[in-house]
Write a protein that binds this ligand. Structure first.
Ligand code: HEC
Ligand code: HEC
Ligand code: HEC
Ligand code: HEC
Ligand code: HEC
Ligand code: HEC
Ligand code: HEC
Length: 312
């Protein structure tokens, strides 16, 4: 009993700390950069006329603060990566030319991040069609926004969340004319038109990732990064709609989703004439979600009590 109490208390404590963890971005309105970079309208002192001015913000320079605080680099402050000279506005035009660090500059060869296999990802990426066509002009940062990126496939247990996050990385460019042209120098082909041959396109794009059809399945990597050219893309329905679905080796290979594959979820999905998603539930997950809910509730109550005490 004592042990259990201790365990519960430690859990609550950890949750309590998480709830209270401060990041530099907690107060965007008063942050030296975010007061402008999270807002559509900026105001600043015009030093020439001595008056207060208001301007519209370039929408590509507005940072989503919710996503920022979920990102892996949330404990950084802006000026850890960008020059401190940005604290001045108008920004010095030369700052644009400052080279920015890439993922490998910080993560390459660092054993702390071995589980992510940055070097192997880099190797695979260099074989991809993007790198072949655009070279250094196409970097990791084109897909991974350093402000907001957070690994999802290995952490989430929701297929739809994993799929939508992964696809959003591709669509942020393939569905954005300007971003696409920035790399390609020509207009983007319409994703929906290209995939007209695929029935129930919307349902497919909700349940399978672009990379399922556009990369070779690799066992050694969590997320395969070798995007193949379009003539090598997967078109055969029964690669997935089959007892031995390739999804078992790609989307459903994650430990967090193994239960689906183990419960022969995939098989029942694809051998059955009517594929019904959500037809099976997982009791363990359900119990776990209750546990997390009550623990969080507990942590919040403690938090409130502490705040109350502090006020006094
Ligand atoms: C007064 C509002 C304001 C503040 C404060 C501000 N910025 Fe900016 N920032 C802008 C605007 C507007 C642009 C668009 C380009 C321009 O007008 O210079 C911009 C552009 C940028 C760019 C794009 C590259 C470039 O040079 O054009 C970066 C990076 C940047 N800001 C970083 C920062 C950082 C880091 C901070 C905090 C240390 C900061 N900014 C504070 C308004 C602001
Ligand atoms: C982990 C490093 C890192 C941190 C922290 C960081 N940035 Fe950036 N930022 C980058 C990189 C890298 C780019 C260049 C992206 C590219 O174009 O390849 C960039 C680009 C930008 C741009 C240009 C628009 C864009 O998205 O390409 C703005 C504006 C900007 N950052 C503002 C900020 C502000 C404001 C903060 C703090 C809230 C911040 N950055 C924190 C790495 C960082
Ligand atoms: C300026 C150096 C720098 C750059 C550039 C950078 N990172 Fe990081 N990254 C870090 C540091 C430091 C941490 C640890 C942050 C912490 O623990 O709060 C981190 C954390 C991470 C994590 C979480 C690791 C873990 O398990 O806790 C991932 C994943 C990650 N970065 C991916 C990337 C990707 C992808 C890129 C390129 C788009 C990138 N990083 C660019 C320095 C960097
Ligand atoms: C064409 C787009 C694209 C490019 C380019 C790209 N990635 Fe990724 N990367 C993805 C997608 C999609 C995911 C899956 C996102 C998720 O669910 O976490 C991912 C996942 C990752 C992960 C997490 C894998 C894991 O084990 O959880 C890391 C680390 C990573 N990428 C690093 C890199 C590095 C380093 C580069 C450059 C050498 C790079 N990526 C280039 C699209 C890309
Ligand atoms: C079910 C498999 C499948 C899925 C899922 C899928 N694709 Fe495709 N995709 C294909 C095939 C097959 C082609 C080749 C079509 C052709 O050449 O007529 C293709 C072609 C393309 C092309 C080449 C366009 C051109 O003609 O230049 C792009 C870009 C593309 N897909 C992006 C995506 C993106 C982004 C996603 C995710 C939102 C996605 N695909 C999801 C199978 C798929
Ligand atoms: C920053 C923009 C950008 C992002 C992000 C991006 N792509 Fe692309 N992609 C391009 C450009 C540009 C081309 C075409 C280059 C050309 O034809 O000139 C392309 C081409 C392709 C092609 C067709 C290759 C061929 O044979 O013509 C496929 C397939 C593709 N991308 C899939 C993806 C997938 C899957 C993702 C996400 C994991 C993704 N892309 C992310 C810009 C992007
Ligand atoms: C990358 C794997 C993959 C490929 C390739 C693929 N599918 Fe699917 N398909 C799925 C998944 C996953 C679902 C979603 C199952 C669900 O949630 O009902 C689905 C759903 C469907 C549905 C909807 C079933 C329903 O319940 O309404 C039809 C019809 C379908 N696929 C036909 C096809 C055809 C025809 C092709 C070939 C042109 C094809 N699929 C290629 C994975 C795939």
């Amino acid at each position: 009993m004592k042990k259990l109490q201790f365990l519960l208390f430690s859990l609550l404590f950890v949750l309590f700390c998480k709830v209270n963890a401060q990041t530099p971005y907690d107060d965007p309105k008063n942050h030296a950069c975010l007061k402008c970079h999270s807002s559509q309208i900026i105001s600043f002192q015009n030093e020439v006329t001595g008056t207060e001015m208001k301007r519209l913000m370039n929408p590509y320079y507005i940072i989503d603060t919710t996503a920022l605080r979920m990102g892996v680099h949330k404990s950084f402050d802006c000026t850890d990566c960008h020059s401190y000279d940005y604290t001045k506005y108008p920004h010095d035009g030369n700052l644009k030319l400052q080279p920015m660090s890439n993922c490998l500059d910080c993560h390459g060869g660092d054993p702390t991040y071995a589980q992510y296999q940055f070097e192997k990802i880099d190797e695979e990426f260099k074989k991809s069609v993007h790198y072949k066509i655009s070279g250094e002009n196409f970097s990791c940062t084109r897909c991974h926004n350093q402000h907001t990126y957070h690994p999802t496939a290995r952490n989430s247990s929701s297929v739809q969340e994993i799929v939508s996050y992964s696809n959003s990385l591709c669509l942020s460019c393939h569905n954005d004319m300007k971003k696409y042209e920035l790399v390609a120098g020509h207009e983007n082909p319409q994703i929906i038109k290209i995939h007209e041959w695929l029935p129930n396109q919307e349902l497919h794009f909700k349940n399978v990732r672009c990379i399922e059809c556009h990369t070779q399945v690799t066992d050694s990597l969590m997320v395969s990064h070798n995007i193949l050219s379009k003539d090598q893309a997967l078109r055969k329905c029964n690669e997935c709609h089959n007892t031995n679905s390739r999804l078992k080796a790609s989307l459903y290979k994650y430990e967090n989703l193994q239960a689906r594959a183990d419960n022969s979820f995939v098989e029942s999905l694809f051998t059955n004439e009517s594929y019904i998603i959500g037809a099976q539930q997982f009791p363990l997950l359900k119990k776990l979600s209750y546990l997390i809910f009550f623990l969080t509730l507990g942590a919040i109550s403690i938090h409130i009590v502490f705040r109350f005490l502090k006020k006094k």
